[in-house]
Ligand binder design. Sequence first.
Ligand SMILES: Nc1ncnc2c1ncn2[C@@H]1O[C@H](COP(=O)(O)OP(=O)(O)OP(=O)(O)O)[C@@H](O)[C@H]1O
Length: 701
Amino acid sequence: MNRSQSSGSLRRSITALPSGAVPSGNRSQSTNNLAQDENEEYHEELTVAEAEYDDSPKENITVVIRVRPFLPRELKGCQDRGEPLISTIRISDSRKSMVISDSPDANYSVGHSFTFDHIYGEDSRQDEIYENHARGAVLSVLKGYNATLFAYGQTGTGKTYTMEGFENKRELRESDIETKGSSNVNFLIRASYLQIYKEVIYDLLDPTKTNLTIREYKKKGTCVEGLTEEVVRTPKEIYQLIDKGRKGRAKAPTKLNEGSSRSHAVFIIVAEHLERTISNEEDIDCANADAITGKEVVQEVKESYRIGKLNLVDLAGSERVSVSGASGELLEETKKINLSLTCLGMVISALTKKDNYVPYRNSKLTSLLADSLGGNCRTTMLAMVSPAMEFHGESLSTLHFAKRAKCIKNIVTVNEDLDQRALLRKYEKELKKLRIELSKKSKTVVGKQRILELEEQRRRAEEDKLAAIEALESRSREFLHEKTLKRKLEEKIAHLQSQLLVGGEKIEETPAFRKLIKQEYERVHKQYEKKLQELERERQSIEEDKAQVDRYKQLLLKQRDIMIALTARLNERDETILSLQEELDAYDHHQKMLEDALDRKTAALIHLQRVSDAGLGTKEKEKQALRKIIEVKMIPYMNSIYKSLGVFETQDMEEQAKQVKKQVATVTQLMKQTANALSLSQSSEERQDGENSSFEQQQGY
Ligand SMILES: Nc1ncnc2c1ncn2[C@@H]1O[C@H](COP(=O)(O)OP(=O)(O)OP(=O)(O)O)[C@@H](O)[C@H]1O
């Protein structure tokens, strides 16, 4: 198969997802109108797909079987061996029951019968499996439920084929995606992709992230710490993630499958759903607009968060080492795959027996699937089988496994408002915080604006003051100039008076002249007095202005200093917050390191415990049984032989009997020693291939 072309069922399941980050309010009206007809058809389809799930919280795991067609390799094998091509499986017309038989003459009356939710034959199509099972799961995730689809089966039976499938190039229905939301519903979709390879979790979206740990949260269920989560808005973005992750998945050719998956892969989609209802039924957009502008929102807005998680699990297939011929690295991988599938079997068995203890933590796979098996999840198991006679044993084992899984009951509830760490909630909170910050910042900007204004006023006052001083100085200069002029004028008058003569007498000595001079002098004096008074008034007013400007300037400087001090205190507080945050991060980091170390120790302990239990289980029991036989049966038997050799008729017989008695005594002694040694000895042998044989026992090989 050309895997790079594949994107079938899994891809199709994604087309039902809504456009996460694109608020439906952004869509143009014309798009909505165009999509109207398609919507009606779509909603009809939704009802059919959703009908698969009723509303009762307790539901059994849905188990579906898919029988794949004979592969060219199997057809050729039959031909080479000269065997007729007989399918081991016969499916009833209802597609709900089946018989598997290894009768060489296709006699199904001697086979094993099974009943499941649905059985798909060799002619089944990818799209019908998607429509009947995957779509309902996807839609219920959008409503806030958890759902898991996992493919189980022997290697080469079509797990990856079904989960990835081949693409018959169906158009993506973008309209499906966008019309799912309404004006008051927001979706946020994020996706992750991981693989469990040899009991180590790898991030398929970021190859640098390896050895990730699983965390269990009481309300949220299991999560992988540090796993990359990418927010996706369109099916195309999801496909890109699938393609990116698939490239990193561990695959290798084996005898039974050219492209055998050597790891369990889990593609996780988390859909967060936020619905807003406004109490007085005002338009939500008004509330949003008010929140943005910082205006107080009067309406009561109720927000309901839901989070649904979809796990798409493609398990690695079990295989018999004797058939697959694995060796070296392949053998190591096979052992780990078989071991984790054994753990899965043990979990299913404990759940069906309603044991108090379910060993989820025995493997990474079961830890990760804890919610899906017996928890809050709508789970569908797709069990794959081959119709070939050579794999009759493996197919039968898969069907028994699937039958046990069918008995598991999950309690399915909507995850409503339970995850305070939901990304959508975080985004919404962040948005609110930013809006508040924005309004605060606007206020701070106003404050800054005020400082600038004050500064401008101060500058202007300074300029006014300088101008006033200049004016004062110029007035003073003028005044002095006038004074000098006056003095000069007086001197000139005096000089002229001394020169002039009237009628033989000096003119200044005539009474008329004196009167005139006096009058002139008084006029000029008055004029200067007036001018001087004016100048003095002007000077005083300028002095007052100058004092007023000084006071104003002092006030402005004080205000500016207060503002600067407040800003400095705010900056200090920000720095304290930053340093506290750094400390907090350092503590978080340290705590994570401690938790990781604890997890590694716990895993090592569990491993040692298993190895020790498995070793003790069989060998010790055998030794105890042997000791019992020696003590209870053989030693008393030897004693009775010894006693029966008591009396003999002839000397010869007596002699021989003595010899025999001696030998019997020696053998008895040896047996006692052996029994003692068995009871004392502790098994020191290491268990070889224990895990493998226990798996094969469990699988009924
Ligand atoms: N329904 C089917 N129709 C046609 N071919 C199929 C079908 N199912 C599986 N195949 C073919 O069978 C082969 C094995 O399939 P696939 O790799 O999906 O098996 P698998 O169960 O995932 O194996 P493994 O566990 O080794 O990874 C592939 O070549 C695939 O194309």
